[in-house]
Design a protein around this ligand. Structure first.
Ligand code: COS
Length: 386
């Protein structure tokens, strides 16, 4: 099997439909939602109507049963216009629905997935804690088995959990410490915690610099009781579930980077062809055309890397190394294009009236969220035998 990339007619049609939705429905509202830091239930439901929920989940559970590349293309098209809406979709599909689909038992899948495939429900990924970010094994949230009540009792907190604290949140997959190994390392397990569970407090986090129209939550677990049937996978399998989920999630963050880079490039090229200085359009000045040429080249390279990683995943070829590379590189290209784009806009690029300003802020998240660029280099380093 050899890798080649050519977009099928079907995929082109799908790309066009998501692109036109993003331009017609999201773009007109993006600035206002960003300024007001408002999560839009209405837009989220519309993205559900478009088939962007449960993208890779099989039709048996109400999903769209798409291949991975189609899902990635959808995230890319949203991110060209707005990082916040792309984040809602990427986090929900890759980190919310996917672990239930891949690791859930039949009962869990039937119970949760249908409502997560329509746009009426979101599911969060509860890994990060105030003192367990990059060092994801350092979780302090605990789950203790209560034999009298025959349930797990969870105590602790989580932070920066996308989609976890809005009216559409149905639940969160929570990593918690369920014991210690003889060497002192935590035994980590995952629990499906429903949003309305007694003792669970969910607070939206405000004053973010980026992705301001996406929902980010802080969670507190105060003796919450969770049945054995809510354990995802096996006890002790939690960290593996979280890590494998992030391997997949890196592809969608890569797609957010690629989309943002393309969006910034489109805005910049258009502006450079209209704006005149020294008697000619910016695009005719070598200083600007070199910037655009460099942006276009890096975008091409980022696209090649990301799509190849998706192809490997789709064809069940180990993809973890290229996924980390794609996440790392697409994030860097996004930031480069947003910065060089803003530079081309000059003073206008500093004004909120121009979407390049929002792209510039949104790009920053990509090198930090879902594993910092440094973590990607650790993962890549391990794969290449460092
Ligand atoms: N897939 C499956 N299993 C994995 C894995 C992966 N990608 N990565 C690690 N594991 C397993 C290891 O095989 C090991 O298993 P055993 O205990 O059976 O030997 C276990 O997990 C621990 O692995 P390791 O010792 O390599 O873990 P580290 O603590 O060194 O952490 C990194 C590894 C740094 C890669 C991990 O902590 C990480 O990804 N951190 C970033 C977290 C992150 O992205 N957070 C952002 C979330 S925002 S949504």
């Amino acid at each position: 099997m050899s890798y080649s990339y050519q977009e099928s007619d079907e995929l082109k049609l799908f790309r066009d439909s998501v692109s036109s939705f993003a331009r017609n429905e999201i773009a007109p509202q993006a600035r206002e939602l960003d300024e007001k830091e408002k999560f839009s239930v209405e837009l989220t439901k519309k993205m559900g109507d478009l088939g962007l929920f449960g993208t890779v989940v099989g039709s048996k559970y109400g999903g769209q049963g798409m291949d991975y590349l189609s899902y990635i293309v959808a995230v890319e098209e949203l991110a060209k216009i707005d990082g916040s809406q792309a984040a809602t979709i990427a986090a929900h599909n890759s980190l919310g629905a996917a672990p239930i689909y891949y690791y859930g038992n039949e009962e869990q899948k039937k119970k949760y997935l249908p409502s997560l495939c329509t746009g009426s429900g979101l599911w969060g990924f509860g890994l990060t804690e105030a003192e367990a970010g990059s060092d994801a094994q350092a979780s302090r949230t605990t789950a203790t088995w209560n034999d009298a009540k025959k349930c797990w009792v969870i105590n602790g907190s989580k932070i920066w959990i996308t989609n976890s604290a809005c009216e559409l949140t149905k639940g969160i997959t929570v990593q918690a410490v369920t014991g210690r190994r003889p060497d002192g390392r935590a035994i980590l397990s995952c629990f499906l915690v429903e949003a309305q569970t007694a003792g669970l407090t969910r607070r939206p986090m405000k004053d973010k610099m980026m992705w301001r129209a996406s929902n980010t939550g802080e969670l507190y677990f105060d003796n919450i009781e969770v049945a054995q049937s809510q354990v995802l996978g096996e006890i002790g399998q939690g960290f593996k579930i979280m890590m494998e989920t992030l391997d997949n999630g890196r592809l969608s963050i890569g797609a957010m980077g690629l989309g943002l880079a393309k969006g910034a490039f489109d805005l910049t090229l258009k502006y450079a062809k209209e704006r005149k200085t020294f008697g000619q359009t910016l695009s005719k000045h070598q200083a600007v055309s070199f910037k655009l040429a460099e942006m276009a080249t890096r975008i091409e390279a980022a696209e090649g890397l990301l799509y190849k990683a998706c192809w490997q995943k789709q064809n069940k070829i180990p993809f973890e190394k290229v996924a980390a590379m794609a996440k790392l590189y697409c994030s860097e290209v996004a930031e480069y294009c947003a910065r060089e784009g803003q530079q081309t806009f000059g003073g206008y690029g500093l004004m909120k009236e121009y979407p390049i300003e929002r792209h510039y802020r949104d790009a920053a998240l990509l090198r930090i969220g879902e594993g910092t660029s440094e973590i990607q280099r650790i993962v890549i380093g391990r794969h290449i035998g460092c």
